[in-house]
Each structure stands twice: as structure tokens, then as C-alpha cells.
Design a protein around this ligand. Structure first.
Ligand code: SAM
Length: 242
């Protein structure tokens, strides 16, 4: 284990596997609803406002520096106007970090450790806000009735509305909103069972380039915005899963 936040978060550990972060249970939980983890982070009314906050604070910039970013084409039409005094590179970086690591909970909520939890279409946890509603005081709670065994990955659903739809539709929604092809245990089991074959055409994957391969200075924001979403022309992608 290369890095752990175990000392201040009693029931979860963050493991570094190669370049992939994932969060695992460090104790067996026994109750139906249990707070596993809480974190105070940042909140704003939109990812754009949040990105501005990140840029304004050296501490926030340090907290987001290691985080995952997604395909550039997903910023299309959303990255807003380049703020005064900020380079395109800085703006892209801050905006994409926020865009691919935040979630909607009374606004756009960004919590650097919670950003390390992976998605699953068969989640064993959920994110909620605990009363009293302190600024961005969000907690991860267990919703599974059977508890989560030690060493099990703790996962929640990034798109709760996709849990009750078939495999291809779930993957399409996640690809469209988050820019990744879901490889959760449920999707893999259903894929192996051939369930995807019964559904409609699969979504097209963008061409994958690693973040390091792309010279951001040469990426034209406005050109990128006009590329088709999954046409495979311009896409920045970080492939961190093994
Ligand atoms: C918010 S980050 C989660 C932490 C990430 N694993 C990391 O190393 O920083 C979201 C990214 O993790 C990956 N990811 C999370 N859940 C996934 C899943 N079920 N299937 C495939 N990739 C997933 C995708 O690359 C996604 O864009």
C-alpha cells in the first residue's frame, strides 16, 4: 500500500494500485446504515465556479493535483469563458479535475478523497449529506444490508438513475456523462452472459490518448468543443485502471 488515509478515516483505506486509486474497507461493517467516511470539501453552484475556487487557492490546487481527469471532448460547451489572467492550460486542468471528480449534492460538490471512490452499477455504499448541513460536509454511508467485508472495494453509483436500466444503456450514460466504459462487477458479469448482445448498437468509444501524450498548449479549446463527442478525433483520457 503506497498511500493510506487510514489514520484519520477509520473505516476506509485508499490504495494505490499502479496508477489507479481505489478505496477499500478496512473493517467489516455490521449495521444497515453506517457512516464510513466524512469529508469536508468544496462546493459551488457549478463546476465552472468550483474551478475558479480551485485556481484561487494554492491549497485546493495541491489537493486536486493527483486526481483523475477525463476526455477533453466532455468539456464541450461547458468549460465556460477563459477567466481573465488564467492560461488556457490552467483553466483546462482545473475545470477537468472538477468536472470529472465532483457530484451534484445541493450544488456541485468536490471532495478530494471521495473523488478516489470508483463507480459501480451494483454499489455497496452511497454518498449523502449529514445534518447539520455544514458547508460541504458530506458522508459516505453504507446502504448494503449485509455490511462490507474487510478488503472489499467500496463503490457507489455515480449515476443512480442508471442502476435500473440494461447494460448497454448504463454504459452509454456513464460514457456520456463521465467518459469511461464501466467495468464494474455487474457490467462484467452481464457482459460475459452476453446480455449486451440483446440490446441496441454499442456506443462508440473515443480514441484514447493518454494525458501525458497530449501537449495541452497545442489543443485548441474551441476546436475541441466542436469535435463530435465520440467521433474519436480529439479525446484526452487517462487510463488508470489496470
Ligand atoms: C472519480 S475517479 C475515481 C478514482 C480513479 N480510479 C482514480 O484513479 O483517480 C473516476 C474515474 O475512475 C475510473 N472508473 C471509476 N469507476 C469505474 C468503473 N466502474 N469502470 C471503469 N472505470 C472506472 C474512470 O476512469 C473514471 O473516469
Amino acid at each position: 500500500m503506497a498511500w493510506s488515509c487510514k489514520t484519520w478515516v477509520p473505516k476506509v483505506e485508499v490504495w494505490l494500485q499502479g496508477k489507479t486509486f481505489a478505496v477499500y474497507s478496512s473493517s467489516t461493517t455490521h449495521v444497515h446504515i453506517e457512516v464510513l467516511f466524512r469529508e469536508k470539501g468544496f462546493r459551488a453552484k457549478s463546476p465552472e465556479h468550483l474551478a475558479l475556487e480551485v485556481l484561487a487557492s494554492a491549497e485546493a490546487r495541491a489537493q486536486v493535483s493527483h486526481l483523475h481527469t477525463g476526455p477533453l471532448c466532455h468539456l464541450e460547451g461547458h468549460a465556460g469563458t477563459l477567466p481573465h489572467g488564467v492560461s488556457e492550460e490552467e483553466w483546462f486542468d482545473a475545470y477537468s479535475k472538477v468536472r470529472f471528480n465532483s457530484f451534484e449534492l445541493n450544488g456541485c460538490c468536490f471532495l478530494p478523497i471521495m473523488a478516489l471512490f470508483n463507480h459501480s452499477c451494483a454499489p455497496n455504499a452511497a454518498i449523502t449529506q449529514l445534518p447539520p448541513h455544514e458547508e460541504c460536509h458530506t458522508a459516505m454511508v453504507v446502504v448494503a444490508e449485509q455490511g462490507i467485508a474487510r478488503g472489499t472495494e467500496i463503490v457507489y453509483s455515480y449515476n443512480s438513475d442508471c442502476l435500473f436500466v440494461p447494460l448497454r444503456e448504463r454504459r452509454k450514460r456513464l460514457l456520456s456523462n463521465w467518459g469511461f466504459l464501466c467495468k464494474c462487477s455487474r457490467c462484467q458479469v452481464e457482459e460475459e452472459a452476453g446480455l449486451e448482445d440483446d440490446e441496441e448498437e454499442p456506443p462508440e468509444m473515443p480514441q484514447l490518448l493518454s494525458w501525458e501524450e497530449v501537449d495541452l498548449k497545442n489543443v485548441n479549446l474551441f476546436q475541441a468543443r466542436h469535435e463530435a463527442r465520440f467521433a474519436g478525433t480529439v479525446a484526452i483520457w487517462t487510463c488508470r485502471l489496470p
